[in-house]
Ligand binder design. Structure first.
Ligand SMILES: [Zn+2]
Length: 295
C-alpha cells in the first residue's frame, strides 16, 4: 500500500471510529433524573445536587437568559444557583438541552427578600463626586468587569466557606441606604468590624485574581474559587498576596484598614456568584449542603 493510500485509509478509519464513538454516547442518552424545583431568596444562593447520567465534566443550565455552569462527577451534578438582589421575578425556568432537546427542567422559585432600609447623612463630597473621581469610577467599572469575567472550570475548594472574621457585623448585606434623603444605594456585602492591622484570612481556597486600589473599595484582594464563585476583601491597609497565587482557607490575604470610601476601619467582605453579588452568609450555608458541615 502506498503511503498516500495508507494515510487516507487511516483517516477514514479514524473518522469512522470517532463518529461511532459519538453515536455510542449520544444516540441513546440515558435519562437524567429530573430535579423539579429549587428555591432561593433575592441576594442569596442555593445549592442543588441531582443525578445526571452523563460523563464527568462541566455543563450549563440555562435559567432565563443566563447560563449557570455545573460540575458533574460520577453521575452527580453540583450547582450553585444565585438570585440577583435586583431580580423582580418570582419564578425562573431553567433548562438543560442536548442537541436541541430539553433533557432537564428546573423551576427556580425566587423569594423576594425584604431588606431593611436605613437613612444616612454624610458630607456632600461622599455623595456627589468631583469630575476627577467620576472619571476614575467609570474607568474602574471596566476593570471590575474584567476581574470577574473568567473563573476556573472546577471548584477550587473542598470545604465549606467560612466567614473571614468572627467579629461584629457593622453593616449587613442588602441594606438599602438613602444618603442625605437623596441618593439611594444598596450595600451588597457584609461589613465586619476590624481594627487597622487585623489579619484577614481567606474565606476558602482560591486563586488570587486581583490585587489593587479602587475608589470605593480601597485596597482590594479578589479570590476566584472556581465555577463562577468569587470573594473580595476591601478597605485593606496592606495586601499580602500576589495575583496568580493560590491561597488556602485561612491564609492571610491582607491586613484590615480604612482605604477607599469609608468612615472607619473595617473589612468589606463581598461574595459574587455567577455575576450576582450575594450575601456571603448564604454561600456559607449553601457550601455546607455541598460539602458537609464541619463546624
Ligand atoms: Zn461594606
Amino acid at each position: 500500500m502506498s503511503l498516500l493510500k495508507f494515510l487516507s485509509f487511516s483517516f477514514i478509519m479514524v473518522s469512522c471510529s470517532s463518529i461511532k464513538e459519538n453515536m455510542v454516547v449520544f444516540s441513546d442518552p440515558p435519562a437524567i433524573e429530573s430535579v423539579s424545583s429549587a428555591t432561593v431568596g433575592t441576594g442569596k444562593v442555593a445549592f442543588k445536587r441531582f443525578s445526571f447520567n452523563r460523563p464527568d465534566g462541566v455543563y450549563s443550565l440555562q435559567c432565563a437568559d443566563k447560563p449557570h455552569k455545573f460540575q458533574v462527577k460520577n453521575k452527580v451534578a453540583n450547582i450553585y444557583l444565585p438570585a440577583n438582589y435586583f431580580s423582580d421575578k418570582v419564578k425562573v425556568d431553567c433548562t438543560y438541552t442536548e442537541r436541541g432537546e430539553k433533557e432537564l427542567a428546573l423551576t427556580l422559585n425566587i423569594d423576594q427578600f425584604d431588606y431593611p432600609k436605613e437613612s444616612l447623612n454624610v458630607p456632600k463630597s461622599k455623595v456627589f463626586y468631583s469630575k476627577k473621581d467620576l472619571a476614575r469610577i467609570i474607568r474602574e467599572k471596566s476593570i471590575k468587569k474584567k476581574i470577574y469575567m473568567n473563573s476556573s472550570d472546577v471548584f477550587l475548594f473542598d470545604k465549606p466557606f467560612k466567614v473571614p472574621l468572627n467579629s461584629y457585623i457593622t453593616s449587613h448585606y442588602g441594606n438599602q441606604r438613602l444618603f442625605n434623603d437623596k441618593k439611594k444605594s444598596q450595600h451588597l456585602g457584609n461589613d465586619l468590624r476590624a481594627r487597622t492591622g487585623t489579619k484577614i484570612p481567606a474565606a476558602n481556597r482560591g486563586r488570587v485574581v486581583y490585587t489593587g486600589n479602587l475608589f470605593f473599595s480601597g485596597n482590594v484582594v479578589v479570590l476566584d474559587h472556581g465555577m463562577g464563585i468569587f470573594s473580595m476583601y476591601g478597605h485593606l491597609s496592606k495586601i499580602l498576596v500576589t495575583e496568580g497565587s493560590v491561597v488556602n482557607q485561612g491564609d492571610v490575604v491582607g491586613l484590615a484598614g480604612a482605604t477607599g470610601r469609608v468612615s472607619g476601619p473595617h473589612l468589606h467582605w463581598g461574595v459574587r456568584v455567577n455575576g450576582s453579588w450575594i450575601d456571603g452568609f448564604s454561600l456559607i450555608e449553601a457550601s455546607k449542603v455541598h460539602l458537609g458541615d464541619e463546624s
